[in-house]
Write a protein that binds this ligand. Structure first.
Ligand code: PLP
Length: 487
């Protein structure tokens, strides 16, 4: 056998606490797969190998039996054990890396999309998890209803009716793993029914646009202005479905005006169209209570999609779709076929938070924190860049800064990046309609000191734009799509 006893002993020692028979089987299997023990090789008798390795014979017998059962060797009673596996397989080179190389994190990252993760209510989550694991019957650890645990659907129906003015009941809620899954499932249903044209706001989330295009949707851009989505432009697209963010347009922050809300609903009823309402950022409204969702005005035409990615953490991957009744059975079915349902333990924990009032309490604290952060950012803007127009600051976790005439967006973003400040250019979120340059800045993760520093760097960046090379500019534009670190 080309592998000697000393080498084998080293490999055995390397495998920690596994039982010896498994360690030996692993070592021999690896050697066979790497070609060190090619087909036809006769393995030492169990007595000799046990002796060489200082192991009991039973360990070697068991290891050989394991490899024989897997088809790597053939052993006949009273005869030799021979390698029969003829291939050589090795891990692809790129899989050898144990952990991904950390992405370089800019010093001050104010790109939108991430909440303040330090605000995650760890203690409340731990308490609710303990309650759930103590009280949940064993049966509930099996497959739950793929469209969501009943307790969470009940809690969400109550919460969304109470806080978002939604019109629903537990049976109208489908639990999904975030807005992203909600949108992809709805779009897959549209494709199945022969509808591929989807109107989307322009500008809007570039990552979402890209993934919906990859899914096969034919996206048509619709302009957005201070009153939100332009419904006349939507009508002209002849699309039968629209994806929009009425509560707080992403990224401009415009709130859909009352008149356009009414016209959008009329568009849906006259065209038989579907409104997919991404309830983005709706929980964060600082000057007055949030507007109720559109779904509450016409639940037969609007699918409301939301998640806890901004209120708790994106890592939970939990969200919901309130679907029009005609889509309910199909949506339940496609969710079941996709993944058999989202993590049921996390669903029960979220249900506890919602039902106990701990979620509401957490949201009140978050709103205070974000309002203070927004105000600090605005004060810094007032001091350093008073001529700049700030848009969309009545709610949400970010605002949009229109650039003064003559300032190039790409150059400014690159100049800011050179000073360790990451912001997102508005043009990177634009499709075919032109709404002008700007930058999108999130204050969610910025303490008041960080905001002061960020605005100072932004001011310095304006002085430095002339020195930005096209290479620097290209680097930030192509990096824009990585804003969520999704690769
Ligand atoms: C417009 C918009 N909607 C929704 C989301 C949240 O997606 P998910 O719930 O899949 O985390 C994001 C993410 O930042 C977003 O930009």
């Amino acid at each position: 056998m080309p592998l000697n006893a000393a080498e084998l002993l080293l490999v055995l020692a390397d495998q920690g606490r596994l039982p010896l028979r498994l360690r030996l089987a692993n070592a021999l299997r690896d050697a066979i797969r790497r070609g060190q023990l090619p087909a036809g090789t006769t393995l030492p008798s169990t007595r000799i190998l046990a002796n060489d390795l200082g192991l009991s014979r039973g360990v070697v017998v068991d290891a050989y039996a394991q490899l024989a059962a897997e088809g790597f060797v053939r052993s006949r009673p009273g005869a030799e054990t021979t390698v029969v596996y003829a291939g050589t397989v090795a891990l692809p080179e790129q899989w050898h890396k144990r952990s991904p190389a950390p992405r370089p994190v800019p010093e001050l990252d104010l790109r939108p999309g991430w909440p303040d993760l330090s605000a995650f209510p760890r203690a409340a989550w731990v308490t609710a998890t303990r309650e759930v694991l103590t009280e949940l019957p064993d049966a509930q650890l099996g497959y739950c209803e793929p469209w969501g645990a009943w307790e969470l659907r009940r809690a969400l129906a109550d919460y969304l009716s109470r806080v978002r003015g939604a019109m629903t009941a537990p049976d109208g809620v489908v639990v999904v793993s975030g807005v992203t899954q909600g949108l992809t499932l709805l779009c897959r249903l549209l494709l199945l029914s022969g509808t591929s044209r989807l109107a989307v706001e322009d500008p809007s989330n570039a990552v979402q646009r890209e993934l919906l295009s990859r899914l096969g949707m034919d996206l048509v851009d619709v302009t957005v202005d201070g009153g939100g989505l332009d419904v006349d432009a939507l009508t002209a697209t002849r699309a039968r479905a629209v994806l929009c963010t009425p509560a707080h347009q992403y990224p401009t922050g415009a709130v859909l005006s009352p008149e356009r809300r009414e016209r959008l609903l009329r568009w849906a009823s006259e065209s038989g169209g579907l409104i997919i309402e991404d309830d983005y950022d709706a929980e964060f409204r600082y000057e007055r209570g949030p507007l109720g969702c559109l779904q509450g005005m016409d639940p037969a035409r609007v699918a409301l999609v939301g998640s806890v990615s901004k209120t708790l953490a994106p890592a939970l991957r939990l969200g919901w779709v309130l679907t029009p009744p005609y889509l309910l059975a199909a949506l339940r079915g496609i969710k079941r076929d996709d993944d058999f349902g989202s993590n049921a333990i996390a669903q029960h924990v979220l249900a506890r938070l919602l039902e106990s009032g701990r979620y509401d309490r957490h949201l009140r604290g978050l709103r205070r924190r974000y309002r203070e952060r927004r105000d600090a950012f605005l004060r810094a803007m007032e001091r350093r860049l008073p001529d700049w127009t700030v848009m969309g600051n009545a709610g949400g976790l970010h605002l949009t800064l229109a650039l003064p005439p003559g300032v190039s967006e790409g150059r400014l973003v690159a100049a800011a990046a050179a000073r360790g400040l990451s912001v997102l250019g508005l043009e990177t979120m634009q499709g075919s309609t032109v709404s002008g340059p700007g930058i999108v800045v999130s204050y969610a993760r910025a303490t008041p000191d960080m905001s002061e520093e960020a605005v100072t760097r932004l001011f310095q960046a304006t002085q430095f734009v002339d020195q930005v090379t096209s290479e620097m500019e290209a680097r930030v534009t192509s990096a824009a799509i990585l804003w969520q670190n999704l690769g």
